[in-house]
Ligand binder design. Structure first.
Ligand code: ZN
Length: 252
């Protein structure tokens, strides 16, 4: 695998999305700002085996993320699907596994790309150096939690990367796969990164699809009944019934 090429691709996407080369990124917020791809983003619980799907059409594209996985993993999944969207010319449709680092060449490349996009090599190595110097010279479980919290990635994602960088052994990684939530909350962190999206919020469609439905209604191309049908089939009852205004708007 040409890792330098994958980092170049990750850094070029960071540049395109107007992010710097070292900071942690809000990959969901950045995905919503992508121009020229007519991208719709769907959140959908896909069970235990899939992490996400990318479908590239001539006029529009869809990225679907498995919302029953943890928030940290969903961030990695979105970054992985961005590889398919921008750089995978072989697949118009990519259906991606839940386990990181498995599958065909393109799947492994997409995982490495996602890892670089979320954890730029210089930023990660700088943090590792600092943590090792201020500790015992080896990465502890506390250091692992600090790294995953800083970059906003799952335990699976950080261990995969640290194994790849020879910063931890397989034996150490196996131990760190246990008691993930407990290890973080005992150190004073919130557990949101390690939890799935709440069940009642796991379904939703955003981006191009919603914009198109609005536009079609505005231009009189569809009836308001059809508009509502389109939104309801995209799991956006909140837009039809105005659930988002419950309790009134807050401007702060
Ligand atoms: Zn994939």
């Amino acid at each position: 695998m040409d890792k330098m090429d994958l980092w170049n691709k990750a850094s070029s996407l960071r540049k395109e999305l107007e992010s710097d080369m070292t900071s942690p990124i809000d990959v969901f917020a950045l995905a919503y700002t992508i121009k020229n791809k007519n991208l719709s983003i769907v959140y959908y619980p896909m069970g235990e085996n899939l992490s996400g799907i990318c479908i590239k059409g001539i006029n529009n594209s869809v990225i679907a993320v498995n919302s029953s996985m943890t928030m940290g993993r969903q961030r990695f999944s979105m970054a992985h699907e961005l590889y398919h969207l921008f750089f995978d010319d072989d697949n118009l449709t990519a259906i991606c596994a839940a386990t990181i680092g498995v599958g065909c060449k393109k799947e492994k490349q997409a995982d490495q790309f996602a890892s670089y996009l979320l954890m730029p090599p210089n930023a990660l190595s700088g943090m590792i150096k600092h943590l090792k110097e201020s500790g015992s010279g080896k990465l502890s479980i506390k250091d692992i939690v600090s790294l995953e919290q800083y970059f906003g990635v799952s335990r699976q994602a950080i261990l995969y990367r640290l194994l790849d960088e020879n910063e931890i052994s397989h034996n150490e990684a196996d131990k760190m796969r246990q008691n993930v939530i407990k290890s973080a909350i005992n150190l004073g962190f919130e557990d949101a990164l390690y939890r799935p999206t709440p069940k009642d919020k796991q379904y939703g469609t955003y981006g191009f699809y919603i914009q198109q439905a609005e536009k079609a209604l505005e231009q009189g191309l569809i009836t308001s009944g059809k508009y509502e049908e389109l939104l309801l089939s995209a799991f956006r009852a909140d837009l039809v019934y105005g659930e988002e205004c419950e309790g009134g708007e807050v401007l702060d």
